[in-house]
Write a protein that binds this ligand. Structure first.
Ligand SMILES: Nc1ncnc2c1ncn2[C@@H]1O[C@H](COP(=O)(O)OP(=O)(O)OP(=O)(O)O)[C@@H](O)[C@H]1O
Ligand SMILES: [Zn+2]
Ligand SMILES: [Zn+2]
Length: 794
């Protein structure tokens, strides 16, 4: 039999199946991880199929060994990897490896092994394996090269798994219940420990076998256990144990009685769960409408019919509240996968899933590849989140993968959000997705009142231009009433943009209606979309005033300012810097939830999904920071963020208020966020997109050509553009090539071409071909990356 293997060598030439003979007696299946000889080394690979005959002319080599007892990948995931590789221009091996927990990615060590008897006798080879990367002493290096030259030693590649299973000892009763009863009567009165163990065996016989940790937890010592084994009372064996991540849930939660809107959503979805339909639902529910309860009850339904459920949450909102809620409802059946777990914990959770021991999986983006079987329902919460798209290779979008898996398993997919992505909402419009709306908050509470504060005509409290007098007063009122405040400062605004303090004008590209980014090094303002450039202005092009500024403020600065304005208030700051350490998200949020602080100040990570009943004021320090990013979806992202963060206020019985500070109160993304009406925004933004030929009216592909040599990158970019121009048709639009931000990616010069198209059947094949050809000129150190439906174009 011949196994078809994808080898762990990420390169264009090796991005195909290699054939190996399967030695007699080797247990192997599709999805098995194997070690194979490849050139002069050994590498890991994945079995993706079997065949009787091979096209290969020469002598096939034997596959060496199978790494795991149970194939880590399922047939489904292997099939998915093939389709995905085509769609997203990634090597298949990169996708297969992405599907596994990081600890299962192989480590390759180059080691030196003695061959001749002379070498074998050398003390140099005694002891541990000789890791070549660890030898730095020049004398030893000289010795090594001599040994190699004379054929006394050889280099071998050691493939290592970083994955370590945690082991424990399991104790099994060897006697009957009566046996232990009898022993109890005989054991000496002063042998307290033995009595304790025997009593436990007698009274809790059914609870055995027990692990060492369990028994030690009952204050039975290791010495007692050892002697019990010696006496033949207990058998012992080594078994694997799982590292369980901390469980946040307190008590088991009961399903809530659904309101009418929730009930209707529940009915529609569960019908398709039962009928095994691969329908995608867009659950568009205002903030606080109780989408979570709909998820939980539909998951119950999937479990009831014997199937499993997969739920994705954005990394940022994942850790504390959502996981706790799912665990509270489904207890031990839940497995959690996200980056706040240690590698070991993630590996263990993953194995529980693979073995069918977990029925509900909650996780961030990469959990979309969880090796869950028999899926009856998939959920993507906050489906608009950009983090569902991986921004490095392989550039997959979790939503597309989820759609693929929902078709494979014949199960529905729920995309939930208060502010759906424009693309999803448009697909619902066309009937591809089924739209379900929740228009009211769960207990019919009012949405909070939103005030816009025009920073052009306002007095600032304190010495900085960050907090207006109005916002400061509103904060003070909450402090007096012992209510809580959430303040948002979106750090994405660090990109510089030119803003006029006098008239509010922002410098934009004449071709794209997008803001220009300042490039200090080259002294120009540049459009990252089409390449347009102009000089850095010294006065406002609109009103000729000289009060122009290049803005950029940060959470740290605002934190300081809050300290000066409200010395008695306790402020918690939450951003990338304060949450780097494991568990710090939870810590901050738990502290805030328990009322240990008055103000939670943070970046967009505090904007979504949080449910704190005592928060009655939400303040946005600067709503404009994301508005002028050079991306066509800047308005969408701004509206979404403002609406989401506003939704954190007044979620329980106290009334909520929102204050949004902005220099652009008339911009539609900001003006419409005041109304908290997604549908109005959707209608307006669709017009803008149609006029600008942007998604969802057009599909987009971004081709990025990178090289250390700028000329090479440029030349290849223009070559590619020429081919595309010749092969593509109306109404396809090809923008660029334009240089991306210089020196951004480790001295790689980047040139970008953006293709916007409606229908181009040959485009996928053409791009693959162009990528292959560029690979041939790899001698220039040139790479071509292709990103389908890019989230960002910079
Ligand atoms: N049927 C119900 N009866 C009573 N309370 C409910 C009901 N459904 C939800 N809730 C409560 O309403 C609050 C808001 O629900 P949830 O957090 O699920 O909103 P959401 O739709 O996810 O909002 P967001 O998009 O803002 O995250 C929660 O405190 C939840 O416990
Ligand atoms: Zn001006
Ligand atoms: Zn432009």
């Amino acid at each position: 039999m011949i196994a078809q293997v994808i080898v762990d060598v990420a390169a264009r030439q090796t991005d195909r199946v290699f054939d190996y003979l399967v030695p007699e007696g080797l247990e192997i299946s599709i999805g098995s991880r194997v070690i194979v000889p490849f050139g002069n080394r050994k590498v890991q690979g994945f079995v993706v199929g079997f065949s009787e005959k091979s096209q290969f002319q020469g002598q096939l080599k034997d596959l060496l060994l199978v790494v795991d007892e149970m194939p880590p990948l399922t047939k489904e995931l292997v099939a998915l990897s093939a389709d995905l590789a085509q769609q997203i221009f990634a090597y298949r091996i990169s996708i297969l490896k992405t599907m596994l927990p990081s600890v299962m990615r192989a480590n390759y060590r180059k080691i030196l092994v003695p061959v001749s008897d002379r070498a074998k006798a050398m003390p140099f080879f005694a002891g541990d394996v000789l890791d070549l990367s660890k030898i730095s002493d020049p004398h030893l290096l000289k010795l090594v090269s001599q040994l190699l030259k004379n054929g006394d030693a050889e280099v071998e590649y050691l493939v290592e798994d970083k994955a370590k299973k945690k082991m424990t000892v399991l104790y099994t009763p060897l006697l009957s219940l009566e046996g232990y009863q009898e022993l109890l009567t005989k054991v000496k009165k002063n042998a307290v420990q033995q009595q304790k163990l025997l009593t436990d065996l007698f009274e809790n016989f059914a609870a055995y076998p027990k692990t060492r940790e369990q028994l030690e937890g009952q204050k039975i010592s290791l010495a007692t256990l050892n002697s019990a084994v010696k006496k033949g009372w207990l058998g012992q064996k080594q078994v694997e144990s799982y590292r369980k991540p901390a469980v946040l849930a307190k008590e088991k939660s009961q399903p809530k009685k659904l309101n009418d809107e929730q009930e209707a959503a529940y009915e529609a979805i569960t019908q398709d769960v039962q009928e095994r339909k691969s329908q995608t639902f867009l659950l568009e529910g205002v903030t606080g409408s109780g989408k979570t309860e709909v998820y939980l009850q539909t998951i119950s339904e999937a479990l009831k019919i014997g199937r499993t459920a997969l739920m994705l949450v954005p990394e940022i909102s994942l850790t504390p509240q959502m996981v706790a809620q799912v665990q509270a409802r489904f207890g031990k059946e839940v497995a959690v996968l996200h980056s706040a777990l240690s590698e070991g914990e993630r590996y263990d959770e993953w194995r529980r899933i693979r073995r069918g021991q977990a029925k509900v999986v909650v996780g961030a983006r990469s959990a979309v590849f969880a090796p869950l079987d028999n899926i009856g329902l998939i959920i993507i919460d906050e489906e608009h989140e950009g983090t569902y798209k991986q921004d490095k290779n392989p550039r997959y979008h979790a939503r597309d993968v989820a759609i693929w898996r929902s078709r494979y398993h014949h199960c529905p997919l729920i995309l939930g959000s208060a502010t759906p992505s424009l693309g999803s909402r448009a697909r619902a419009q066309k009937g591809l997705f089924k739209l379900i709306t929740l228009k009211k908050r769960a207990k019919s509470q009012a949405l909070p009142r939103v005030d816009l504060i025009d920073l052009k005509h306002v007095q600032f409290a304190g010495g900085q231009f960050d907090i207006s007098v109005n916002l400061a007063e509103a904060i003070q009122k909450r402090l007096d009433r012992r209510e809580q405040v959430i303040l948002l400062l979106n750090r994405r605004g660090f990109a510089n943009f030119m803003l006029c303090r006098n008239c509010g004008y922002v410098l934009k590209c004449p071709n794209c209606d997008l803001s220009l980014t300042m490039h200090k090094d080259t002294g120009v303002m540049q459009c990252h979309y089409c390449g347009h450039q102009e000089a850095i202005p010294t006065f406002c092009p609109n009103c000729h005033d000289r009060q122009i500024r290049f803005l950029g403020t940060g959470t740290q600065k605002v934190e300081e300012e809050l300290g000066e304005l409200f010395p008695a208030a306790k402020v918690l700051r939450m951003d990338v810097d304060t949450t780097r350490r494991k568990g710090s998200y939870e810590k901050i949020l738990t502290a805030f939830g328990q009322g240990e602080a008055d103000i939670l100040l943070g970046t967009q990570m505090i904007a979504k999904g949080l449910d704190f009943p005592n928060v009655t004021l939400v303040g946005v320090i600067n709503a404009d920071t994301g508005l002028w990013l050079p991306d066509y979806n800047a308005s969408e992202k701004t509206f979404e963020l403002l609406t989401q963060v506003a939704g954190r206020a007044g979620r329980a019985d106290k009334e909520g208020q929102v204050m949004i500070q902005t220099y652009n109160p008339d911009h539609y993304a900001i003006a419409l966020s005041q109304k908290q009406d997604y549908e109005l925004f959707y209608a307006k933004e669709m017009q803008v997109r149609r006029a600008g030929n942007y998604p969802p009216y057009f599909y987009t592909v971004l081709v990025t050509i990178a090289s250390k040599n700028e000329q090479n990158a440029a030349r290849e970019a223009f070559n590619i553009k020429r081919v595309l121009m010749a092969q593509l048709h109306q109404p396809t639009i090809i923008l660029g090539p334009a240089p991306a931000t210089v020196s951004r990616l480790k001295n790689q010069y980047l040139y970008q071409i953006l293709v916007k198209y409606k229908k181009e059947d040959k485009l996928n094949a053409l791009l693959h071909q162009l990528q292959d050809q560029a690979q041939e000129i790899k001698k220039y150190g040139l790479t071509v990356e292709i990103d389908t439906e890019p989230e960002r174009i910079m």
